[in-house]
Design a protein around this ligand. Sequence first.
Ligand SMILES: *Cc1c(COP(=O)(O)O)cnc(C)c1O
Length: 375
Amino acid sequence: MPGFELINEEEKNAVNKLFDEGGVLFPHGFDALRKNYHVREFEELSSKYFNCKHSLAVSSGTAAIKIGLKALGVKPGDEVITQGFNFIATIEAILDCGAKPIIANVDETLNMNLDDCVKLINKKTKAILPVHMLGVPVNMHKVMEISNQYNINVLEDNCESVGAKYDEKFLGTIGHCGVFSFDFGKAITTGEGGMVLTNESTIDKYSREYHDHGHENNPNFPRGKDTRSIFGFNYRMTEMQAVVGKVQLGKLDYIIKSNNDRYNEFEKNFPKDLVKRKIPTQSKPLNDTFIFFVESSQKKEKYIEILNEEGFGTKNLPDAMEWHCSAFWDHALDEDQVQRTMKTKKLLEKAIAVPIWLKRSPREYFELSKKLFCS
Ligand SMILES: *Cc1c(COP(=O)(O)O)cnc(C)c1O
């Protein structure tokens, strides 16, 4: 379920309290007017929850990807390998660094086909950017093996699977750098927002400076006399987003459990003659989406009709496929990248993504799957 379903008095009170305590909406300075630094607190809570050394809160998931790529040294002329089932944001972030996106196909896990990834590596490859799509991890063990073998850094786009784990580690904390999105459709939300996570202090230092015009926040100087060694941009999060983020992070355990309850009930009636999305072993998915494949387009339409009639709808597949599949992105990608990923498009065209909503009970998911598969 997306975190917006749980927004209630707690988020509202947190925003009101921010105004009661002085109403400073900026993460730095104004010391005399404030009691708390909520963006910094949100970052500390994130590092603690996700068991990661550094968390940097930023203005969006897309900004987080760009910052992460810059911190990994991606520059004009470099190539970055990402995948055909994705969101346009990763392509935009790569292009914004002046680099070239190289697109690997996905396999039946609907995440990066890692054999395909290896074939695309060459001396221009600066980073690998796997995307944990719709709650399910890519095989991070294999990704890190490739990373070590070819000496290429990994940025995990974990915008869509906040709270999922691979090998008992939270996604976004396994690669050299990882990013979250807190936009309104994601597992937890701050309206707009994102996080850059890393265990490497050099990556954190660069990211922190880059997202804040190069400010080093040198404790020996006031902000107006602050030292700098790089120029950056403004991708700061506001205090208002952070107070909401702190409340939402407190709800993540509940979100994960509620997803699992509903997902398991839905799965109970899933028939043997249909094919589910493959889940890598050693993974604990977010279970916010149940994806299965249907060969016959007539049957597929029938399922979608029932899902719409029952008020569940579908998620991205098929309704927003044009924003999630690189075969449609000839406005941003070279023709050879678009053509290669027709394979991904063919696979995605067979898929139905059932959203897991909190507002629908586990029992309703059981009844839905009975209606879909047992009649
Ligand atoms: C949502 C999303 C993003 C971008 O996040 P924003 O916070 O909306 O900028 C990036 N990648 C993927 C896979 C996403 O789903």
